[in-house]
Every structure is written in structure tokens, then in C-alpha cells.
Design a protein around this ligand. Structure first.
Ligand code: NAD
Length: 278
């Protein structure tokens, strides 16, 4: 079984957006380790330490890695990616629309430019990616869109929530369109993942507030921890590859049980009925 899945990736290429760090980097590392050629796309400049760190993590798989500095929110960015895929000449078997940004603001705090920016990267970026690369994808390939548990429930950040619900709709609509070519399109809905996104300050929240948000997410997770990015990469490889050949137009929560039971987990812990660990 293992050897089959390794040989599946030999002579195939995959595009991963947001590939320089976090979950995207973990996907790049896992795919190159499995033998795939990977086009890692990110906005970080070429000399950024995120790329340097990624190349170090990829190690011997460096010859399989192509780094592309491009903005997924633009058509020109995707044309750059498409040119690189054509130039490389290795058949394209997969696309992971992973690039995303967060905006920790409620609807009334969110300005129109902020709303447009979140939508532009998180949702329009994936639409442009599928529209540009679907013609280059080989029949039988697969697309994975990275949504969020915020795409399965209400979350205080209106723009982020709407973009992640939108990604689920985009997933289903594109699965219908690409089914005749046996190209499957699925969605992953991560819960808390230990990446720079969840562990850094941003324009709205200082590090202490970011920590509180992080810990609040962890407290609503049955497994009582955030995921390692590699745990998301494993799910992405499953959905990209032959082991998921009958999984299509689906949403896969990879969240330690947050959506499945997080509300009653918190209530149960507060009332003393649940949560005692041996
Ligand atoms: P991250 O911030 O560590 O990585 C995201 C990457 O996307 C960064 O390298 C960033 O530069 C890149 N990116 C942003 N805008 C881009 C653009 N316009 N063009 C190209 N690249 C761009 O975050 P992460 O946690 O690895 O996030 C990956 C995905 O998972 C995102 O879509 C995020 O919304 C989603 N997600 C994350 C969590 C979490 O807890 N970390 C939870 C649910 C969903």
C-alpha cells in the first residue's frame, strides 16, 4: 500500500499555494518526500527566511521543488504559476489552494478594503487558481481547498468566516464541473493548527490577545491541543492521491473534534461532567 502511494507521485507535479510556511510548507515537504514535483507559491520575497527554512526542511527533495513568488489574488500571479507548470513539463496532478490570511475583526469593525482583501486572497484566489490550472490538470487529478472550522460554523470574524464558507461552495461547484474529467475537488476544514497564523500578533491583536484566542480554540478541541501542520499535510495528501479515489465534493474537518463536539466539550468541562484525564 505504502509503495503504491509513493510511486503514484513519481513523475507528477502539484501546485501548493501559501507554500513557504505553515501548513503549505508541511504539504510541500510531504509531497516532495513522496516523490512529487512541487510548485510552491507564496508572496514572500525570494530572500525571505521562510523560503530558506522550507528549502532546508525539504532537504534531499530540493531538486523536486520549484519556488514561485506570486500573489494568488491576481490573474497575473496565476499566469506566472501556469507558465512555470508548463515550463517544468511534469504533468500536473494536483492543486492545493492553501494560501489564506486572517482578519480578527467583527463585521462592524471591518472596512470594505479589508473585506475585499480577505475575499481576494482566501476565495477569489482559489477561484482564479482552479480556473487557470484546471485546463492544465491531467484527467484523474485532484484539487484540495483549505477552508476552516470557521467555514462550518459562525466565527466572530465576518470576512474570514464568509470567505471560508464560500470556499466550500466553490469546492462543490467545481467538483460538478470537473467530474467528467474524473478530477475530484474536496475541502479540508482545519481547526487549531500551530502555525505562524495562530501564533503571531497582527494589526488588530497583540501577542497576548492572540494567545488567548489560541488557548480558547484549544479548550474547544476534544484532543486538547492544536494540530501539527504535518497532520494537515497528511489529510491533504490523502485527498490528492489515489487512496481517496471515491471522495469528492466533500468537507473534511481535521480539527481534533472541535466541530464534532467542541461546544458540549466546553460545557461538560465547565460542569465537571467531562474532561478529567487519567
Ligand atoms: P500561515 O499564515 O502560516 O501561512 C499562510 C501562507 O499563505 C503564508 O506563507 C502567506 O504568505 C501565504 N499567503 C498569504 N497571502 C497570499 C497571497 N496573496 N498569495 C500567495 N500566498 C499568500 O497560515 P496557515 O495556518 O499555514 O494557513 C494555511 C491555511 O489554513 C489558510 O488558508 C488558513 O486560513 C487556514 N486555516 C488555518 C488555521 C490555523 O489554525 N492555523 C485554522 C483553520 C484554517
Amino acid at each position: 500500500m505504502k509503495d503504491d502511494s509513493l510511486s503514484y507521485w513519481t513523475g507528477k507535479s502539484v501546485v501548493v499555494t501559501g507554500g513557504a510556511r505553515g501548513q503549505g510548507a508541511a504539504e510541500v515537504v510531504a509531497l516532495t518526500a513522496a516523490g512529487a514535483h512541487v510548485h510552491a507559491v507564496d508572496v514572500h520575497p525570494e530572500d525571505s527566511h521562510w523560503w530558506v527554512d522550507l528549502i532546508e526542511q525539504v532537504g534531499d527533495g530540493r531538486r523536486l521543488l520549484n519556488t514561485i513568488v506570486a500573489d494568488v489574488a491576481t490573474e497575473s500571479g496565476w499566469e506566472t504559476v501556469a507558465d512555470a507548470v508548463r515550463d517544468c513539463g511534469v504533468p500536473l496532478a494536483g492543486l492545493v489552494n492553501n494560501a489564506g490570511i486572517t482578519l480578527r475583526k467583527t463585521l462592524s469593525e471591518t472596512t470594505l478594503p479589508e473585506w475585499d482583501r480577505v475575499m481576494g486572497i482566501n476565495l477569489t484566489g482559489a477561484y482564479l487558481g482552479i480556473r487557470t490550472l484546471a485546463p492544465l490538470l491531467e484527467d484523474g487529478g485532484a484539487i484540495v481547498n483549505i477552508s476552516s472550522t470557521a467555514g462550518l460554523t459562525g466565527y466572530f470574524s465576518a470576512a474570514y468566516t464568509a470567505s471560508k464558507w464560500g470556499l466550500r461552495g466553490l469546492t462543490k461547484a467545481s467538483a460538478l464541473e470537473l467530474a467528467p474529467r474524473n478530477i475530484r475537488v474536496n475541502c479540508i476544514c482545519p481547526g487549531l493548527v500551530e502555525t505562524p497564523m495562530m501564533n503571531s500578533a497582527n494589526a488588530v491583536h497583540d501577542l497576548d490577545t492572540a494567545r488567548l484566542l489560541h488557548d480558547g480554540n484549544r479548550d474547544a478541541t476534544l484532543l486538547d491541543r492544536g494540530a501539527h501542520p504535518a497532520e494537515l499535510a497528511a489529510a491533504a495528501l490523502f485527498l490528492l492521491g489515489p487512496d481517496s479515489s471515491f471522495v469528492n465534493a466533500a468537507d473534511l474537518p481535521v480539527d481534533g473534534g472541535m466541530i464534532g463536539g467542541g461546544i458540549y466539550w466546553r460545557i461538560g468541562k465547565a460542569t465537571g461532567n467531562l474532561g478529567a484525564r487519567p
